[in-house]
Design a protein. Structure first.
Length: 670
């Protein structure tokens, strides 16, 4: 059954997201409500246009008395009082109430609004419904108050992780039109309210704000109501296309279904379909708030490769891989919507590129034609980076985790472990293509793993060290160490030592995982949960859970994942990072992230045990949690449809409607 827009609706009364994190995007434009207002707007982005400080306020004049909508938190006649909101991918619906005596007469209004980002132009529609709740007719007028702010037209080449710099202030050139040297802003009202509302009567007012280049008129090809409907229809079409191959999840475990849906929508809102972008859909790292409208290979390929293969399909996955390679992935950490590479090389980009391609090879059987590109990129890294025996020196923080202290730098276990994994994947592709290099790549992978064990593992401490060029050693208890478990580096004693830290008071806390163990007195700190402690980057806790499922540690895996279920109940979409000691989100970091897809990835390819193979073989080994029921239905693989039903101690696996296994969880091969 196809997902509907309402499947992703979220009651913002339950939100723990910071107010500045609440935005709504169409894949073309993104816009924010003004906090605590029933209809106010604050901020609009639609590359190449930026209007970060635009503000639209609604003043309602009722019987000559102005009812303002400013989010006034005082007492008495505060104007319109915000009464709740619902977020949906295509709009934010809000309500407000006014019930107050003025000059001895009661004025009672109920206001509902819909804030809708436009799907085919830079702008938004604000639809406002005003109901008269008094027993007499009321004279009503709506007086919008628009402050255009500093408008900017920034070329697509220059959109990056931060917000575009503000432009020059815009000045009025005529009624409803403002302009500066780059951009024009137009306010449209195509359905003014009637001047009098009878008792119980409701009227609708629609406003729109549209950005165009300086001197260019805003074309009205349809009514504002039609513009609204385009966004709704466009979003439903996107969901139909992008979720058609994504399995559904049903469970009686409280919060699990919510978490899965919020994970999916975290990916959906990162897939922009702007016709001027380098590809459609273009996967941005963040962007709902106008910052982060660029693509990072690590977030996209590293955390979301398998889900993206399901969502955008093989053809688009290969287009994305070529775009990554063409942007200079070996020279840059990310690339703009136009495909231009940005910033310095990033140490995890190579593995992320390999993982993106390999996810497509496993899911769809396509991508091995990129063998030459992958080979060249891998060898380019070998030449670019200083070698320390079989290991590479990945440089300092700006090339690695961007921690805030000397720690995970230079010769480190990860990404050297991922490098070994890349050599193995290159060997797999060489074997499939009949290239004689396979044995050489396989041997190099093993030499790297052996070097990590011999030179970076501290047997006495039971943890990895980081080696600096001058001989300095750092032992940092970072969550990145667990990547070595996925890459085949660890012996059984190493695995046991690493897993001993997956516990409360170390890496675990009531609401998630800490990127640095709380038991690391040198590197643990609370101001940067992203990579330095007190929380983690949104993809990391889920990758830890997936890793634990992959190595058969199902109990600890579920213990990690269930600590995140609060996010499904209390966030409309997943942010860049979150705290783990309390259910909270840093307000100064990005509001959303494509790595939020990793939650669904952990459930499907960890708990449900789906393991697609490059040769078309699918293995399934469910690992149900010891509580509740979980069903994953509609997983497509090479023309077959797989359903998996799990409960404690048992599972049922169905292929094309036929039961192929029922009973205790066991490895099944198709």
């Amino acid at each position: 059954m196809t997902y509907q827009l309402n499947d992703f609706a979220f009651d913002l009364r339950a939100s723990l997201a910071p107010a500045n994190h609440i935005w709504v995007g169409s894949g073309y434009s993104t816009v924010a409500p003004l906090a605590n207002t029933a209809a106010g707007v604050k901020g609009l982005f639609s590359p190449p246009f930026a209007a970060r400080d635009v503000q639209l306020l609604l003043n309602i004049e009722a019987d000559g008395h102005v009812v303002s909508d400013t989010g006034n938190l005082g007492k008495g006649d505060c104007g319109l009082l915000y009464a709740g909101a619902e977020w949906r991918p295509d709009r934010i619906a809000r309500s407000g109430t006014y019930h107050y005596f003025h000059e001895g007469r009661l004025i009672s209004l109920f206001v509902r609004s819909r804030l809708v980002p436009l799907a085919d132009r830079a702008g938004f529609v604000l639809a406002v419904r005003i109901a008269n709740r008094t027993e007499r007719s009321i004279e009503v007028h709506v007086k919008p108050d628009l402050t255009p702010g500093r408008l900017r037209l920034q070329p697509l080449d220059d959109w990056d992780y931060g917000h575009p710099a503000p432009g020059e202030p815009a000045s009025p050139i005529r009624d409803g039109v403002w302009e500066n040297g780059e951009v024009r802003m137009t306010l449209i009202n195509d359905s003014p309210l009637p001047s009098r509302l009878a008792p119980g009567e409701e009227a609708v007012c629609r406003l729109a704000v549209v950005l165009t280049p300086r001197g260019e008129e805003c074309s009205m090809d349809a009514s504002l109501e039609a513009w609204e409907k385009r966004t709704e229809a466009g979003w439903q079409d996107r969901i139909d296309r992008l979720c058609a191959s994504v399995p559904r999840l049903e469970s009686d475990i409280p919060g699990l279904e919510d978490y899965y849906r919020r994970s999916l929508v975290s990916g959906l809102i990162c897939l922009w379909e702007h016709p001027d972008f380098a590809m459609q859909p273009f996967p941005v790292v963040s962007g709902i708030e106008g910052a982060g409208i660029c693509c990072y290979p690590w977030d996209t390929g590293g955390y979301a490769g398998r889900l993206l293969a399901l969502m955008i399909g093989s053809e688009r996955m290969m287009e994305l891989a070529r775009l990554m390679a063409g942007s200079g992935i070996e020279q840059h950490s990310r690339f703009s919507p136009s495909g231009v590479g940005k910033d310095v090389p990033y140490s995890y980009s190579l593995w992320s590129f390999f993982n993106l391609v390999w996810s497509n090879v496993e899911q769809h059987g396509e991508g091995q034609e990129l063998y030459g590109v992958m080979r060249n990129l891998l060898l380019s890294d070998e030449k670019r980076l200083p070698a320390w025996g079989e290991l590479l020196d990945y440089g300092k923080q700006h090339n690695l985790l961007e921690m805030r202290s000397a720690a995970h730098e230079h010769v480190v276990s990860s990404p050297n472990a991922e490098r070994a994994w890349c050599y193995d994947r290159l060997a797999d592709l060489a074997e499939r293509l009949g290239v004689e290099e396979a044995a050489m790549w396989r041997d190099q992978a093993e030499r790297i793993r052996r070097a990590i064990r011999d030179h970076l593992w501290d047997d006495e401490a039971g943890w990895f060290v980081c080696r600096y060029p001058d001989g300095h050693l750092e032992r940092v208890y970072t969550i990145q160490a667990y990547d070595t478990l996925r890459m085949g580096v660890c012996t059984e004693p190493m695995k046991i030592a690493l897993l001993s830290h997956v516990r409360d008071g170390a890496f675990l806390a009531p609401y998630g995982v800490s990127s640095i163990s709380a038991e690391d007195p040198i590197h643990y700190e609370l101001n940067d949960p992203d990579w330095s402690g007190g929380g983690c980057y949104t993809g990391e806790a889920t990758m830890l859970a997936l890793t634990l499922w992959e190595i058969g540690e199902s109990g600890p895996a579920w213990d990690v994942l269930k600590r995140l279920l609060w996010m499904g109940r209390h966030l409309p979409y997943f942010p860049q990072e979150h705290y783990c000691d309390r259910p909270a989100v840093p307000a100064h970091k990005r509001a959303n992230v494509i790595a939020g897809l990793s939650g669904a990835e952990a459930i499907l390819f960890g708990m449900a045990g789906l393991k697609p193979g490059a040769d078309g073989t699918l293995t399934i080994h469910p690992q149900p949690p010891q509580e509740g029921k979980v069903s994953v239905t509609g997983y497509p693989y090479r023309g077959r449809i797989i359903d998996i039903h799990m409960q404690p101690g048992s599972c049922r696996i169905v292929c094309d409607g036929r039961v192929i296994h029922e009973g205790a969880p066991a490895l099944c091969t198709l």
